[in-house]
Write a protein that binds this ligand. Sequence first.
Ligand code: HEC
Length: 175
Amino acid sequence: MKPFTAIACAACLAIAAGVGTATFFFGGVFSVAASERDPALVNWALVHVREASITRHATDQPPMSLDDASVVQGGAQAYASLGCQSCHGGLGVKPARFSQGLNPQPNLKAVIEDITPPELFWVLKNGIKMTGMPSFGTGKDPVPDAELWSVTAFLKRVPSLSSDDLAKWTAAHHG
Ligand code: HEC
């Protein structure tokens, strides 16, 4: 093949690939239905992009001790009053019906042990694009950082809390 023909061929292939991709996305072939699972590769990529992004951006350090009992308990109250339970459940409350249709599914339990306090705080403050996880630090009346740190303190304590403590706190929330 002559060099010119080879370049022309490569250019044609590139154009064909571009048209194909454009048709796939802008021609409506790709489905945005939340009811459909993402292909494994897309899911894998989204999770890894998210983890890398959170790790890189989470640089704030807690301004108070996250072990303080009153901070942890205040965090439990904030967890309930901010509406986290609608999607994530917990503290004796089932997630709302709509949360069954979220894609990806909220799955706080699975990450709580591994996520660091600065990462957790960053997620609460900024939210996560394309997941349904809202940002609590933006909007007209952003939740104060101190409150988000207290929710962080509470969530990091959840795995080691006794069921007695949780029951007591649940009772406090319900009445
Ligand atoms: C509208 C539903 C909704 C609400 C309300 C909500 N979340 Fe989420 N949250 C999600 C979804 C969806 C994800 C992403 C799930 C996934 O792919 O792991 C998520 C992710 C998270 C993560 C990160 C998990 C990870 O993979 O790193 C944390 C931490 C979290 N939520 C905590 C909270 C807390 C605390 C609140 C309340 C202040 C809250 N969420 C409110 C839906 C919600």
